[in-house]
Every structure is written in C-alpha cells, then in structure tokens.
Design a protein. Structure first.
Length: 310
C-alpha cells in the first residue's frame, strides 16, 4: 500500500465531503476511492469515517488521524515543489572545491555570481588535491590536470593555465638574464611544490620540448609565497600565470624566456550528473565558462606586454 497516497485520498474525501466528489477531483472511480480509504483503515486498524447514505462524518480516531496526517501531506507537497524547482531557480548551499592556487581567481567571480543569484550560499574549500565529488560531498570540483582519468563524473573544460618563469629586476642585474631554458641551470631556482607539476620544468617552442631539472634552493606549496620569495631576489621561479601578473604589473618581477611556453593544463568543472541538474550547479558552471576566458585573457595581456619582460 502507498500510505502517503491513501492518506492524500482520505484527506480529499474529508475536504470534498463525499467519495463521489473526491473521485471526480482525483480523476478516479468512486469504487477506487472507497477501496483506498478502506485499505487505510485496515492499515491503521481503526474506522476513520462513518458512512451513511446521506453524509460522511469523521470518527474520533479519524479526527485525530486527520490532525496528524494533513501536515505530513502539506510538508511533502512543499518538499516536492522545492525539489522540482531546484533545477529552475538557483538557491541553497553550493559546495565548491578548487585547487588552492585558483582561489585568487574564484573569489571575485563568486562575488559577481552572488549578485546574480543572491539565494545561493557558497561554501568554497581550497586544497592541494583533486577530491572525488561523490565521496566528499562537493557539488562542483574545479580541477587542474593535463588530462582526466576515466570517470562517471561530468567534466567540462572551462579554461587552460600554464606557468611562466619570473625573477626580480635586482636578481637579474646581479645574475644575468637567461636566453634559453638550458641557461636556468646556472641560476638559483625556486620551486612550487604541487602534485600537478613534476620536478622537471617542461618548456615548449616550435622546435619541440625541453625538459629542465633545475636545482631548487627554495620550495613552497603556495604560489603567492613563491611570488614573494621571487620579489625578494631569491631566484628564478615558475609561477602560474594568474599569480604572476600583479607583480609583473608592479614591476617587482620580470618575465623570462617569453618565446617559450610551459605545458598547458586544462581547468575542468566536475560534477556528478547531468540528469536533474541542480540550477545552482548549472548556472555556476555556465558562469565560469562565460567569465574565465575573459579573465584569463586579461592576465595574458599583461604577460605578453614586452614592458614586463626581462
């Protein structure tokens, strides 16, 4: 027996005042309505309605059952309407995880998204790993990787990132400017500890790829700290391009080897399913796809400005 359905029919009979009127409202036969109410009475082991040829009336047990049962149906209807509307109107808590380095980019985007969808409450988690959304309870994971392992998750590419070698003007004045990746072996090198990056620095140009294994004199796992170390003249560092542009604009760092690029890595938005996709997930991913390319282009315009090159 579908207890909730039978309870709903019982309430409709009471509200309509007869089995026939309730049957018309529910698009059922009078016999079906009578059977469903009888099954409900059998389930609760109590007579809920007094039936006569002229009228229906609630028993004492029926009145108590109606008093407790009506709020259950009302709450179920509200919950159903809310769940059905989840794919229409963005609202509720949106749990987003990102690699920590991208936090500097995501925070202002979250603020702008919040202006468009004020009913969404953000919960942003930053770390140095790519978690499994299904296991860790995240709605969206912003992942950085050259490629993704096979997965049942939906993955959308929302951008590409790479790193650039930088050093401070006073360091370069003291140690000279390298003109080829191989020349970095003569320099003090600062390394970003990141599971996405190997110990080698992989440079590419039209002639192919060059793998450099510089000796690190300083290591840290936060790009912003690496920028500070570079600005202090500690050596040459490989910095994610979005983390380097502020220092390049200020003139506290200069870009090295601008004719060379380091291997790009895709930025993916991962989420569990396309089916019944929650509106806050859909609008957040669409927002990132629309906004990140322009934001990345603004950063690259600074990188590609010769005034910021050594």
């Amino acid at each position: 027996m579908d207890l909730l359905n039978n309870l709903r029919v019982f309430i409709r009979v009471v509200d309509c005042g007869s089995f026939t009127a309730a049957a018309d409202a529910l698009d059922l036969s009078t016999a079906q309505v009578s059977r469903l109410v009888a099954d409900l009475e059998e389930h609760v082991q109590a007579r809920l309605l007094q039936r006569t040829t002229r009228r229906l009336s609630l028993t004492d047990a029926g009145e108590r059952f109606l008093l407790r049962g009506r709020p259950i149906i009302d709450q179920m209807d509200e919950a159903t309407a809310e769940a059905r509307g989840a794919h229409i109107k963005p609202a509720g808590r949106l749990r987003v995880h990102s690699m920590s380095g991208l936090g500097v980019l995501l925070t202002p985007l979250i603020a702008r998204y919040g202006e468009l969808y004020p009913d969404v409450v953000f919960e942003l988690t930053l770390s140095q790993r790519n978690p499994d959304p299904l296991e860790d309870g995240h709605d969206v994971v912003i992942s950085i990787a050259p490629e993704l392992a096979d997965s049942q998750l939906v993955a959308q590419v929302i951008g590409q990132i790479y790193s650039v070698p930088c050093a401070s003007p006073h360091y370069l004045k003291r140690r000279g400017v390298p003109t080829h990746p191989q020349g970095l072996s003569e320099h003090q090198c600062l390394r970003l500890i990141d599971p996405l990056y190997s110990d080698q620095w992989l440079f590419e140009d039209d002639g192919g790829e060059h793998a450099i294994s510089p000796t690190a004199t300083f290591q840290c796992n936060v790009a912003e700290s690496l920028v500070k170390a570079s600005e202090a003249g500690m050596g040459v560092s490989l910095i994610p391009f979005y983390a380097a542009t502020r220092a390049l604009s200020d003139g506290t760092l200069l870009r090295l080897l601008p004719a060379w690029r380091l291997r790009e890595r895709n930025v993916h938005a991962l989420y569990p399913s396309r089916r019944f996709l929650d509106a806050k997930v859909r609008t957040w991913v669409d927002f990132l796809k629309a906004e990140l390319p322009g934001l990345f282009a603004a950063h690259e315009a600074i990188l590609n400005d010769p005034r910021h090159w050594a």
